[in-house]
Design a protein around this ligand. Structure first.
Ligand SMILES: NC(=O)NCCC(=O)O
Ligand SMILES: [Zn+2]
Ligand SMILES: [Zn+2]
Length: 484
């Protein structure tokens, strides 16, 4: 069975051109003029691009005494509805739990995925078992990215010595370090002080996490990664201080990437000052939404290339779950949804305004992260042999975002009421039609795990450079006799 997508404009990260795309089975078989197939999808007036990759989601995440509501079934369905064809979740070992054990749990959770997925591993504690199992995780399980939480003290947070040890191990294994960069000690102090002063509402969540805590932690992680000789990926970069650290590091030749979220690009801190407790609590996430100055900085970073990827950190809690924090903002489960809305919102507010070109849009929603994760060109590419993960985006199709019509399982949407122009006409996941003329028809269980080997091109380059520039003893002649 073959499918041909006809009459569209193919957009890749570096060029656009008119061509048909032929899909045979699960992969792209040909790109060219006048192609034929068993099924014809008409892409007249549309852009044909690599399906979105969201490298930061938490599906059924155990967190703050509950589990995030969207699981691999509803979450990946929502992804496809919004033009995303691959998501990457985080395996979170409990303190003392082995990494391979945690992967087993995530394998069990992900059997109903509608689109392809992969995992990052989180290093939530440190010991010999973690050190040993990291090798198996990279070399046998195909996970080359390891996240470190510098926040959530007393829960997921690791300290600098643990982070440095883990980063060094990753450098040996050809892995990539990831960080949630917020100074967890300072956040804990500020939170306790705010609560003691009677600041209990959701706005205090934002007060407890000023941009300095993120800027400081980002700088610290960059320096530790540089000393360990490992590439670094900074998740949910939300502010100028953090962006500035990443920008500077990249200008110095350090291998660092920054990931802004669609939420931070389009929503701001005024959400926390709403008189409705539920409205504000639903938008509690870490880092919190910032002011317009920070927002502009993130857009500029995407334009300049100092920020590389737009993600969502999709971690959707229902209103009832958010209410665990009535009377104490530190108990509001942190997280917001976005996986379904990232592509239409970024197209509308990025390409629609002229901030981004269509090619830059493809780069930051798909191709850049496929390269970073070392699964390019299987993913993130429209080219022969690539997986047929394809988004046909109709730039004229519009909607108003509403919880009433979303695929996500939660009872609200943080983007409620926002107008978007640029929606999927068709979405293919490994050749299977998941969105047909705007209608979702995906299947649970279709999604497969994507293995990603270590030692990608950036790891190889960085380790060569570190080897070349490593400290060496000076060869000397005429060493004086000891002076005693
Ligand atoms: N971001 C957030 O608030 N929740 C999800 C967990 C994390 O990524 O920190
Ligand atoms: Zn985080
Ligand atoms: Zn996250």
């Amino acid at each position: 069975m073959s499918t041909v997508i006809k009459n569209g404009t193919v957009v890749t990260h570096d060029m656009s051109f008119e061509a048909d795309v032929l899909v045979e089975g699960e992969t792209i078989a040909a790109i060219g003029k006048n192609l034929d197939g068993d099924t014809v999808l008409d892409a007249t007036g549309c852009y044909v691009m690599p399906g979105g990759i969201d490298p930061h989601v938490h599906l059924e995440m155990p967190f703050m005494g509950t589990y995030s509501t969207d699981d691999f079934d509803t979450g990946t369905r929502a992804a496809l509805a919004g033009g995303t064809t691959m998501v990457v979740d985080f395996c979170l070992p409990q303190p003392g739990q082995g990494l391979l054990d945690a992967i087993q749990m995530w394998d069990n959770k992900s059997t109903r995925a509608h689109c392809d997925f992969s995992f990052h591993m989180a290093v939530t504690w440190w010991g010999e078992q973690v050190f040993d199992e990291m090798k198996t995780v990279v070399e046998e399980r195909g996970i080359n990215t390891f996240k470190h939480f510098m926040a959530y003290k007393g829960a997921l947070m690791v300290n600098d010595d643990e982070m440095y040890a883990s980063f060094q191990r990753l450098a040996e294994l050809g892995g990539i370090a990831m960080v949630h960069a917020e100074n967890g000690d300072v956040v804990a102090e500020l939170s306790a002080k705010l609560l003691a002063e009677g600041n209990t509402g959701p706005e205090a969540h934002a007060y407890s996490r000023p941009s300095q805590v993120e800027g400081e932690a980002t700088n610290r992680a960059i320096m530790i990664a540089d000393m360990a000789g490992v590439p670094l990926y900074v998740v949910h970069t939300s502010c100028e201080e953090s962006h500035e650290a990443i920008r500077r590091a990249r200008q110095q030749g350090k291998r660092v990437w920054g990931e802004p979220l669609i939420q931070h690009l389009t929503l701001d801190e005024s959400e926390y000052f709403d008189k409705d407790w539920d409205h504000s609590a639903r938008r509690v996430m870490s880092p919190p939404f910032r002011n317009k100055k920070h927002q502009e900085s993130l857009w500029h970073g995407l334009q300049a290339g100092s920020l590389s990827v737009v993600a969502t950190d999709h971690c959707a809690f229902s209103t009832d779950q958010k209410r665990y924090g009535v009377g104490d903002f530190t108990k509001i489960p942190n997280g917001t949804g976005g996986v379904e809305d990232r592509i239409p919102l970024l197209w509308t507010q990025g390409v629609g305004t002229g901030r981004l070109t269509p090619e830059e849009f493809v780069a930051v929603t798909s191709t850049n992260i496929a390269k970073i994760l070392n699964c390019y060109p299987k993913k993130g590419a429209i080219r022969e042999g690539a997986d047929a993960d394809i988004l046909v985006l109709d730039p004229e199709k519009e909607k108003t975002i509403s919880a009433a019509t979303q695929a996500s399982a939660i009872d609200y949407n943080v983007f409620e009421g926002m107008q978007v122009k640029g929606l999927p006409r068709f979405v293919l996941t490994r050749g299977q039609l998941a969105v047909n003329d705007g209608e979702l028809q995906s299947e649970p269980g279709h999604g497969k795990f994507v293995k990603r080997s270590g030692n990608g091109p950036v790891n190889k380059a960085l380790s060569s450079w570190k080897e070349l520039t490593s400290p060496r003893p000076v060869e000397r002649t005429g060493i004086p006799a000891t002076g005693v």
